[in-house]
Design a protein around this ligand. Sequence first.
Ligand code: ATP
Ligand code: MG
Length: 286
Amino acid sequence: MIEIRDLSRTYGSGSNKAHVLHGIDMNIERGAFTAVLGKNGCGKSTLVRHINAILKPQRGSVRVDGMDTKDPRRLYDIREKAGIVFQDPDSQSVAATVEDDTAFAPENLGLSEDEISERVEAALRAAGIAELRKKSISELSGGQKQLTAVAGIIAMRPDYMIFDESTSMLDPLARSRVLECVMRLKRELDVSVIWITHYMDEAAAADRVVIINDGKIAADGTPEEVFSDIELIERCGLELPPCAQLCVMLKNAGYDVPRLALNAHDCALLISGMTAAAVKEREGAS
Ligand SMILES: Nc1ncnc2c1ncn2[C@@H]1O[C@H](COP(=O)(O)OP(=O)(O)OP(=O)(O)O)[C@@H](O)[C@H]1O
Ligand SMILES: [Mg+2]
């Protein structure tokens, strides 16, 4: 489990001092898919950079499976357990080719050669970049670099996988393929996923949604719980997932929408139920 206690962070000093995180308290259990939302500059990246000890708490503490991120002796163990893929793909490559870059992290885990090549192969396929394996990183597009970084963390299979807008440069197909792959890994390997995103449809598919606003946790619950508070969503500078927006539009148009649907399947069920009710009502009236 990741235990974050009373975590606060400032940047700068004097009149330039900015308070970015204010007393964040949260636990992240093994095996959950947690989406982290919040408008630009609210502190999402700052928060997750504390999990694998890139940043150390100025106040409060962060523990990963009991290991304190302030303890320099546990740095390697913490980074092996909790891996991050960042938004900026240029800062993340360590080797010359896609294949070598993907193999870098598992090679450092002391695995057998067979295990490494099996993991690399599976990760390249999962990220949809198997055909790029021999390509030089410097020849890749931004999106292809992001996919290589995603393949790297998939091959490493840490217990906690953190994606900080790691699919922001991808086309819609690649984005949904990466998300599906990560969700499958979460199910099959019982890893925890922390998924920072500005896409509300991705958050709607999570087990848990956490909203950060002005450096504090503004909401924390299931997607159903969090997105039911439309006022809060607007106050935090966010919007509802597309299916929930459709429900609100129908409601505003005078339809009797019993609740908000968060995905296409639920939306279809809701609308077909409403249609049947509307027909019944009309038949009753005539
Ligand atoms: N190294 C730094 N030095 C000074 N200020 C910083 C530094 N890193 C971040 N900040 C500031 O801290 C605040 C939070 O930044 P952070 O990157 O955590 O936000 P974010 O929620 O990840 O935003 P985005 O959605 O744009 O990625 C911002 O106002 C940012 O300008
Ligand atoms: Mg960020």
